[in-house]
Design a protein around this ligand. Structure first.
Ligand code: ATP
Ligand code: MG
Length: 551
């Protein structure tokens, strides 16, 4: 389907309607992370939606930190979030913090108290939740519900001034304890928390609750479309209640389905636990679904955007196949990545008839899709490494790689023939003595073809590299289905990381592309930050081929 005939998603329909009817002159969205962890692939979906819609309709997007819980938040997270958003290629309009609006929120709370719409409650947390009732049973009113305005104002100010301990009192809205939506049964507005905030320091010891913060922040910034995930659906009446009651700019909330992916999970709390328990090497461990993790893994912003575009925006929760994401990574890297030959499980090939000491250098394309494009220099000599898997002694008929008395083409160069198999005392193949056919050099001599082509590396020029091969983080496809008697950590994949080594053509170490490269016939790998002058480390991004095809 052409871009312009693609069906609009429900958010695009709403926005086009709002622009057409003049309800809003232009759109302003926001991305509202809580700085209590690193961004993950789910956030990438939210980012693509919020920034994507703004870009499509000539609007803008604010970055707003939802920093109302000082205990769990940190500047480390604030900084990483900005880095990740920039990496994806998005530019926010304003950088805002819910804490910037604490004074205004406080004023609004007093305003509600003065109008008899909020009260200080002395009940414990348990009493409050018990009093809230259930879906089928109305709640009961707090014994403190009918305090006078004066008393409420005095107590709330004392809360603000630090007179009470954590949990001793809360401020609640006075709405309706029998409301069919539990959220509307006198929700909490403020709680006491004697904790330093990463921005406001010790100025406050009371902090506003999410529901009393989010909508009003949207309103202050004149956010037109406040887009969040489905679980906030039940919060919407409350979101609207505050905006209507306070008579402020009417932002509107819309909900879409969160992203879930097979073999991984996207809860910041659980990801933090993996980091803290040392079950992964950090937030940017290449197995993590965090943006810094997949970046270190070699996934590209382009691939993530392609993925978000493919999964679209829906109103029903679904579990997406991680293979679709891998497919997108492959698509992007196949088109753009540089190619190099690397042998991982080496067997030596000696060319019996190669002139002693001769080195031939070939100019090989960095990307076969661009044969006229940049090249790399590949040296060829009389002793080579090939991969053990490319040789078979008792080969079946359909095995088209190297076998005794068989021929194979070495990628970019000659056809060789295996004449002798040398083994060690244990019977392991250690060397293949071959001959090369000088007439088969591409571009010269007569062309003849053989069925197989294999990669190789000259022993005289090979550079050792360390390889970290990654697999799925968990063994269970649907991590929302962890049985009651188990813990999600029981499903960590013990084989999610296997170490290996490789022998690479020398040009690999000079690669300056800055993105993952293709090890020809094997997979995509990316240079890791652990590399030093002594060792070069590559992370496996994704295998070269997979039977998976998107629908
Ligand atoms: P977690 O439960 O992992 O802590 P969160 O929803 O609390 O996630 P926030 O930092 O509050 O994380 O999220 C910022 C924005 O990203 C919110 O609008 C949220 O709805 C959205 N978001 C978070 N997780 C996902 C997901 N899996 N898919 C799509 N959007 C998500
Ligand atoms: Mg949150």
């Amino acid at each position: 389907m052409e871009e312009n005939e693609k069906k609009l998603n429900f958010l695009e329909e709403i926005i086009e309607d709002d622009l057409r009817t003049g309800k809003v002159p232009s759109i302003l969205t926001r991305f509202p992370p809580e700085p209590n962890g690193y961004l993950h692939l789910g956030h990438a979906k939210s980012l693509c939606i919020n920034f994507g819609l703004a870009m499509k309709y000539g609007g803008k997007t604010n970055l707003r930190y939802d920093d109302t819980n000082p205990v769990k938040e940190d500047v480390e997270y604030v900084d990483s979030i900005k880095e990740d958003i920039k990496w994806l290629g998005f530019q926010w309009e304003k950088e805002c913090y819910a804490s910037d609006y604490f004074d205004q929120l406080y004023e609004w709370a007093e305003d509600l108290i003065r109008r008899g719409l909020a009260y200080v409650d002395d009940q414990t947390q348990e009493e409050i939740s018990r009093g809230r009732g259930t879906v089928d049973k109305p709640g009961v009113e707090s014994p403190y519900r009918n305090r006078s305005v004066e008393e409420n104002l005095r107590l709330f100010r004392e809360m603000r001034d630090g007179k009470y301990a954590d949990g001793e009192k809360v401020l609640r809205a006075k709405i309706d304890m029998a409301h069919p939506n539990m959220m509307m049964r006198d929700p909490l507005l403020y709680r006491i928390k004697h904790a330093s905030h990463h921005r406001t320091g010790d100025k406050w010891c009371i902090y506003p609750m999410y529901d009393f913060t989010h909508g009003q922040c949207d309103s202050i910034e004149h956010i037109t479309h406040s887009i969040c995930t489905l679980e906030f659906d039940v919060h919407r009446p409350l979101y609207d209640w505050f905006i209507e009651t306070l008579g402020i700019y009417p932002s509107h909330q819309y909900e879409f389905a969160r992203l879930n992916l097979t073999y991984t999970l996207m809860s910041k709390r659980k990801l933090l636990e993996l980091v803290q328990k040392g079950l992964v090497a950090g937030w940017d461990d290449p197995r993590m679904p965090t943006l810094c993790g997949v970046r270190r893994r070699g996934y590209t912003p382009e691939a993530l955007k392609m993925f978000c575009d493919k999964i679209g925006v829906s109103k029903r929760d679904q579990l997406m196949d991680i293979q679709l994401l891998e497919w997108c990574v492959r698509q992007d890297l196949n088109a753009r990545s540089n190619r190099y030959m690397v042998v991982q499980d080496p067997v030596k090939v000696t060319l019996r008839n190669w002139p002693e000491g001769l080195v031939e250098w070939y100019d090989c394309p960095l990307n076969p899709a661009d044969p006229e494009g940049a090249t790399r220099k590949v040296p060829f000599t009389g002793t080579l490494w090939i991969d053990r898997a490319d040789f078979m002694e008792d080969a079946p008929k359909k095995f088209f790689r190297l076998k005794p008395d068989g021929e194979v083409r070495l990628k970019y160069t000659y056809i060789i023939k295996c004449e002798e198999v040398v083994k060690d005392a244990d019977g392991k193949v250690v060397e293949l003595v071959c001959s090369y056919d000088p007439s088969t050099k591409p571009g010269g001599g007569e062309w003849r073809s053989v069925k197989g082509t294999i990669h190789w590396v000259s022993c005289d020029f090979a550079k050792p590299v360390e390889l970290r091969n990654y697999d799925r983080l968990f063994t269970l496809a649907d991590m929302s289905q962890v049985p009651e008697d188990k813990d999600y950590k029981d499903f960590l994949n013990p084989e999610s990381l296997t170490l290996g080594t490789g022998l690479a053509e020398p040009a690999l170490l000079e690669d300056a592309s800055g993105i993952a490269v293709q090890f020809e016939r094997t997979g995509y790998y990316v240079l890791d930050k652990d590399s030093t002058t002594e060792k070069t480390v590559f992370n496996k991004t994704v295998s070269l081929k997979d039977s998976y095809k998107p629908e």
